[in-house]
Write a protein that binds this ligand. Structure first.
Ligand SMILES: C[C@@H](O)[C@H](N)C(=O)O
Ligand SMILES: C[C@@H](O)[C@H](N)C(=O)O
Lengths: 164, 164
């Protein structure tokens, strides 16, 4: 029934940080990301979705816990010149991802994943998807439970084979 | 220099749609996504990033142009029960993606991609990344130019091998 699903992975040591409501124009994403790259911050996820205010935008990054402090500093350093409203951070993050193939265009897979967490009271903080991966960011103390629930919802091995 | 980059792909027939500022609690992502799945909407990207207002959230989807109208209808149907502020849509979307391996943790790759578009005046509407793919949503009439620019910035073949 779920032939194109290969497994569940998780990463407990994540933090999210966002630079919010800056002036939106070409080049800004490059400037921000280059500032992080120049400081050797290993950026895990980059997310920029629909922004309600025309002319403004926000970008969210996930980084390793150990890089959060420095990432906040770098973004705070850019805040003024970008006209950003704030730099917001959430240290209590962990990623859990469903790995497979051809996941886009099969919304029932994503629906099952999100519903599985939802009916078990696990709140999804962030979502990112691609052909091969559906990633949810949840609280650190809920990620192992999330991974186990997803593992059984998708009828993966009897013994959760959770790859770190 | 860019050994882990394999190519550029694009998709011109995209639209983005978001359900904005609904009440944030476990289960909502599942309810929304299931409504789309039950109507056979092939969801391409799902994005949920940092939300500035505690207790509220927004989810962005990209769908095929031909599914936009129905997607808006379905989300409008959910708007009231979710306490959502609005359903917003942008039909003028196209995706351009850099394909490779080990892209996470190499922010200079993302920085080069975003800067390449930025210095050529191409505005990036949305961003999503994974280990193997960095995707930008841009205007339909800018996606071919974006793909060509990225192709040469990453020194891919002399002849742009742009896969649809
Ligand atoms: C917000 C940011 O992505 C900007 N639109 C850019 O193109 O760089
Ligand atoms: C917003 C939505 O993702 C919600 N937090 C959920 O867990 O379903």
């Amino acid at each position: 029934i779920f032939r194109n699903i290969s497994g569940v992975v998780m990463d407990e040591d994540q933090a999210s940080v966002a630079i919010m409501d800056f002036l939106d124009k070409p080049g800004v994403a490059g400037t921000i990301t280059k500032a992080l790259a120049d400081n050797n911050i290993a950026i895990d996820m980059i997310m920029q979705s629909f922004h309600p205010t025309v002319g403004h935008n926000s970008i969210t990054f996930t980084v390793h816990d150990s890089d959060l402090k420095q990432t906040i500093e770098i973004l705070n350093g850019l805040k003024e010149e970008m006209g950003a409203k704030e730099v917001a951070a959430d240290p209590d993050c962990a990623k859990v991802s469903l790995i497979g193939a051809g996941l886009s265009g099969q919304p029932s897979i994503a629906a099952l994943l999100f519903s599985t967490l939802g009916k078990n009271g696990i709140n999804i903080k962030m979502i990112a998807t691609s052909e091969m991966k559906i990633t949810c960011v949840v609280r650190k103390n809920e990620v192992k439970k999330a991974a186990t629930l997803i593992h059984s919802a998708f009828e993966l091995d009897k013994e959760p084979q959770i790859l770190a």
